[in-house]
Every structure is written in structure tokens, then in C-alpha cells.
Write a protein that binds this ligand. Structure first.
Ligand code: SF4
Length: 328
């Protein structure tokens, strides 16, 4: 089947993936494979701008790749690789940095946010982060980048850098990537407050056992006003209900929506129903993951092969780039 174009997306190596990663990104990645040539990158170099030590980098990269594959990334169709395996991206980053104004980079809200988060480590890599991100995208001649609505300005900035480069060197060597708006679900953690994340320890790991999943779901914060089993609840303010709407059959969602409001169902039962549905949903993922774990070195081979295929595209792009720049 003819594909619509090439998609690029990258994510930092965060190790074992959680439900927020799955609903927010991975499931989109899997679906996009039907329509696009997909290039999915584990951006380990980007991670270096914030990590204090690299001792977990290899393991986190491996675990993340394992989860992506178990979730349905098909390495025979898509390219799955590690950013640092294609050194051409560093070269392109350098060239693009020469057509990017420093003031624009330091004005970006994402940079300002990073300064707030790590005032003791405002490194050069942080400033150039959007330039490296642009290099990631354009190196593989990507047509579209799937992002949520709040991420669209990043791609617009990448487009500006590409225009500057193409204008400066009077070339069409680099493609301006288009935004593909995707519904990126913001999944709230089990604390019922913040976005699900490992660092906040409010996550539910995809690879956890059914029993561990039930335990984590039991810890989920519900409608805070519902103190006793006999109190009526309000599902509209309950994260468990939000998750039911994503994971559970409509008939069950409707039942909870009605029964919660009249104290016809208790939170313990409601959570157990969600955990059961979630475990059922994750069954194929967990089976595939167990199979992949048993095939020693399979994941490494996939990443190696993906790196080779990505590099072949990158090297062609860099020939065009160097020619356009008339480098001696
Ligand atoms: S019954 Fe379910 S939806 Fe209602 S407050 Fe409890 S957990 Fe939330």
C-alpha cells in the first residue's frame, strides 16, 4: 500500500513505559504505521541535557524499545532506532545552529521553563535543544510530525529554521515538516493531581503484573468529597471514572456514571472493575513482551538494524546539505 509520507517522532529514554506514555503517544505511534512510513527515535542525546548520570541510559533505552515493540511498533515496516547511532544528526545540528538566532532560542518558553527547573545546570545543549530537534526531524526527510496542539509551536519553530537554511543556501535540500495534530491524552496519575509520570511515582507500568496493577489502581485517588461508601459520588471529578471512559465498555461506563451518583457502587468495586479491564487490555502487550524478553538480543538487533536504515537516509540528506552549503 502506498503510504502518505514519512512521520518522525522521538521520545527520551525513560525506561519501562507507563499508562500515560501508552495513551499519550505509543498507541498513536502504532496506529500511524498503517498510513505512513514511520521513523521512531529514542532521543538519548536530548536526555543528556538534563540527566546527571548516564549509568541507566542503556537500560532505559532497551526497556523503552522493548515496550514499544510489545505495544505494536513493527520493525519490519517502521524504523526504530537510537538517536546517537546516527552521528550525522550532530553535524546537521551544527549547521542549523548557524542559521538560528540565539535570542529566539533563549526566548522560548520551553527554555525558560528548563531554567526554572534546573537553575544549577543551564548548559549549552539546553539552549540548542530545538535546533537538535529540528535536525532530528529534517535529517530523515520527514513530512509530518505528530504532536498535540500545545506542541505545535515547536514544529513551527523547526519550520522557521528550515526556511532560514534553505533561504541562506538557496536550496530545497531540507523539507519543512508539517504538523499532524493528534489527540494526545493527558493522563493524570494515581494521585489524581499531576500528569502521570515516573518521577512523581504516580504511574502504572504497562509491564507490571496483574496483581501489581490492581494494587496501584487501589491507590488511585477518587472523588475527594466522597468520604464514606454511603456518600453519593461525582464521577465528573474522579480520575478513576476518566480512566473507565478510556478503557471500559460503554455499558459499564454508563452504569458507573449512574450508580456512583446515588452511592449504588462503591469506590473499591469501581476500581477493581477498572483494574480488571485494564489488565485485560494489557494481556496481549504483556504476552508479547514476555516473548521478546525470551529472545535474547532481539531488541538490540532491531535497534541496530533501525540505526543502519536511518543512517542510510541521513547520509543521503547530508550529501545534499553539504553540496548546498558548498563545503569544500
Ligand atoms: S464510584 Fe468510581 S467514579 Fe465514583 S467516586 Fe468512586 S471511583 Fe470515582
Amino acid at each position: 500500500m502506498t503510504k502518505k509520507g514519512r512521520v518522525f517522532s522521538g521520545a527520551r529514554p525513560t525506561g519501562r513505559q507507563h499508562l500515560g506514555n501508552y495513551l499519550g503517544a505509543i498507541r498513536n505511534y502504532v496506529a500511524l504505521q498503517a498510513e505512513y512510513d514511520c521513523v521512531y527515535c529514542i532521543v538519548d542525546v536530548h536526555a543528556l541535557t538534563t540527566v546527571e548520570t548516564t549509568q541507566d541510559l542503556k537500560l532505559n533505552t532497551f526497556e523503552m524499545a522493548l515496550d514499544w515493540l510489545a505495544a505494536g511498533i513493527r520493525p519490519d515496516e517502521s524504523i526504530l532506532f537510537v538517536q546517537s547511532h546516527v552521528p550525522e544528526v550532530m553535524e546537521l545540528h551544527t549547521y542549523l545552529s548557524m542559521v538560528t538566532q540565539l535570542g529566539k532560542l533563549t526566548d522560548l518558553p520551553t527554555f525558560k521553563e528548563k531554567i526554572r527547573q534546573q537553575p544549577e545546570n543551564i548548559n549549552y545543549g539546553l539552549v540548542g535543544y530545538p535546533v537538535l530537534m529540528t535536525a532530528d526531524i529534517v535529517l530523515y526527510k520527514s513530512d509530518v510530525v505528530p504532536v498535540g496542539i500545545d506542541q505545535a509551536p515547536h514544529i513551527e519553530f523547526a519550520r522557521e529554521i528550515v526556511r532560514s537554511f534553505n533561504y541562506r543556501y538557496d536550496t530545497k535540500a531540507l523539507i519543512e515538516p508539517q504538523v499532524k495534530h493528534t489527540e494526545v491524552l493527558k493522563v493524570i496519575g494515581i494521585d489524581g493531581k499531576d500528569k502521570m509520570s515516573k518521577s512523581l511515582n504516580n504511574h502504572i507500568e504497562l509491564a507490571s503484573t496483574p496483581e501489581e496493577t490492581i494494587k496501584r489502581v487501589r491507590e488511585m485517588v477518587t472523588d475527594p468529597a466522597r468520604q464514606r461508601r454511603t456518600d453519593p459520588g461525582n464521577p465528573d471529578v474522579c480520575n478513576v471514572f476518566t480512566m473507565h471512559k478510556i478503557m471500559s465498555p460503554q455499558v459499564e461506563v454508563d452504569m458507573i456514571n449512574t450508580e456512583c451518583r446515588i452511592a449504588g457502587i462503591g469506590c473499591v468495586d469501581c476500581k477493581l472493575r477498572f483494574a480488571t479491564n485494564l489488565n485485560k487490555h494489557l494481556e496481549p502487550f504483556r504476552a508479547k513482551r514476555a516473548e521478546l524478553v525470551s529472545q535474547e538480543s532481539y531488541v538490540q538487533d532491531v535497534l541496530h538494524d533501525g540505526g543502519q536504515r536511518a543512517r542510510a537516509i541521513a547520509q543521503k540528506t547530508m550529501i545534499e546539505v553539504r553540496e548546498a552549503m558548498q563545503l569544500p
